[in-house]
Design a protein around this ligand. Structure first.
Ligand code: ACO
Length: 379
């Protein structure tokens, strides 16, 4: 078969099959296993979505109780987990810490079989422990002791509990749960693809997770939530939004949290995130940054640079003020994304194991013509 030159960035190239989520970027639709994201967003828990992605169906009450209990039981950090947290550098970015902590966790666990069951087991352990590990690391660098997991809390509530050591308000729990549901899965995004590439080579499931975490961190992917918030902080007040955006375009820079490879209309997750940001603001959390984000959204809705290129706010745009209002430090924003996307990564790794063939594309050679080696003394 002759070589086919794929477009740069593999735009519109289908390279895998998935039963997990479907995206229609022209109609602005997203569904998980057939359920519209609009039905799921505020109505189900992160645990229900994780179960859905692993099992193909939403759980019954009994199935949910069993699954949530199993996941919660894995949360607790033992002495070895804490020794790892205290043993890694306290400097550096939260995603560096997360990558190292997950890698160390995988290293000390027994080797899981390269099967869908093995992937589920390890995915659940990492999903359960990741929030506590990163919260303990952040608290350690802030001179604070770790907060023991509370097994009676739902997953999202426990994330905030372990980070802050205070029981979150119902509004805060609802906002983070909605965020985690919306961020849990998104087909063949860069981090999920990285995980599938690693698994396709028969690397371990843990390797696939670490590859995904490393890829998620990129500013064009999951790292955009932190950069979007830094932009809003730099803008400072709604009345500065228009001038800031004009200046950014003049400097040929990108507005983070805007634009998407697939969505050419509004990203369907945006309205739910913006709704949660508004709900938090109504409870006195983050009203200033809601106002700035709304002002920027208004500017780009009519700004020719953005309208001409069909660039709208993406999932990171309102994730930024949401995570800020919930008290996440800026360099843990992308960790919050990883805590959610771990559900999708686990499910995609399972799919790759079931239908695997080594992912090994070709490159078109563009280097020098064949030539001979000149001996070192004659060069
Ligand atoms: N701000 C300003 N201009 C932009 C932006 C932006 N955020 N995004 C794209 N453009 C412009 C580009 O400059 C380019 O203009 P040109 O045609 O004049 O050269 C045009 O739109 C197309 O850009 P591409 O980079 O080719 O689009 P692509 O589909 O490859 O990029 C991406 C998608 C990477 C998400 C891009 O929109 C971007 O960089 N956004 C900012 C980062 C971001 O928010 N990433 C998170 C995405 S969601 C996620 O991964 C969870």
């Amino acid at each position: 078969m002759g070589a086919v030159t794929a477009p740069q960035g593999l735009e519109n190239v289908v390279v895998a099959r998935t039963a997990l989520s479907a995206i229609d970027g022209v109609a602005g639709k997203l569904s998980y296993a057939g359920y519209s994201i609009h039905d799921l967003a505020e109505r189900v828990s992160f645990e229900e979505v994780f179960y859905l992605l692993l099992n193909g169906d939403l759980p019954t009450p009994a199935q949910l109780t069993a699954f949530s209990t199993e996941l919660a039981a894995l949360r607790t950090l033992d002495a070895v987990d804490l020794a790892t947290v205290y043993g890694i550098p306290s400097q550096g970015h939260g995603m560096d810490a997360l990558r190292t902590l997950v890698s160390a966790l995988v290293q000390r666990l027994p080797k899981f079989p390269f099967t869908t069951e093995g992937a589920t087991q390890l995915g659940m352990i990492i999903a359960a422990k990741m929030p506590g590990l990163i919260a303990a690391w952040h608290r350690a660098r802030s001179g604070l002791p770790p907060v023991p997991a509370d097994l009676s809390f739902g997953h999202a509530e426990n994330v905030l509990w372990m980070l802050h050591g205070e029981r979150p308000t119902p509004a805060a729990t609802q906002a983070l749960n909605t965020y985690m549901v919306l961020l849990a899965e998104h087909s063949l995004n860069a981090s999920t693809f990285a995980a599938r590439v690693a698994i396709s080579a028969h690397s371990t499931v843990g390797d696939g997770m670490v590859a995904a975490i490393a890829t998620l961190r990129g500013a064009l992917h999951g790292g955009a939530n932190q950069e979007a918030m830094e932009t809003f902080l730099a803008i400072g007040a709604p009345e500065n939004a228009a001038a800031y955006v004009d200046g950014l375009i003049e400097r040929h820079e990108r507005l983070m949290g805007v634009g998407h490879r697939l969505y050419k209309v509004e990203d369907p997750r945006v309205r739910h995130l913006s709704g949660q940001v508004a709900a938090l603001a109504a409870h006195g959390q983050g009203a200033q940054w809601q106002a700035v984000a709304d002002a920027v959204a208004k500017v780009i809705a009519t700004h020719p640079h953005f309208t001409k290129r069909q660039l709208s706010p993406n999932v990171e745009f309102y994730s930024a003020p949401l995570l800020y209002a919930l008290g996440f430090p800026l360099d843990l924003f992308t960790c919050a994304f990883a805590m959610s996307r771990i559900a999708g990564w686990t499910a995609h790794i399972r799919e790759q194991i079931i239908e695997n063939r080594l992912i090994r594309p070709k490159a078109e050679y563009s280097g020098p013509e064949p030539r001979t080696v000149v001996p070192l003394t004659e060069r």
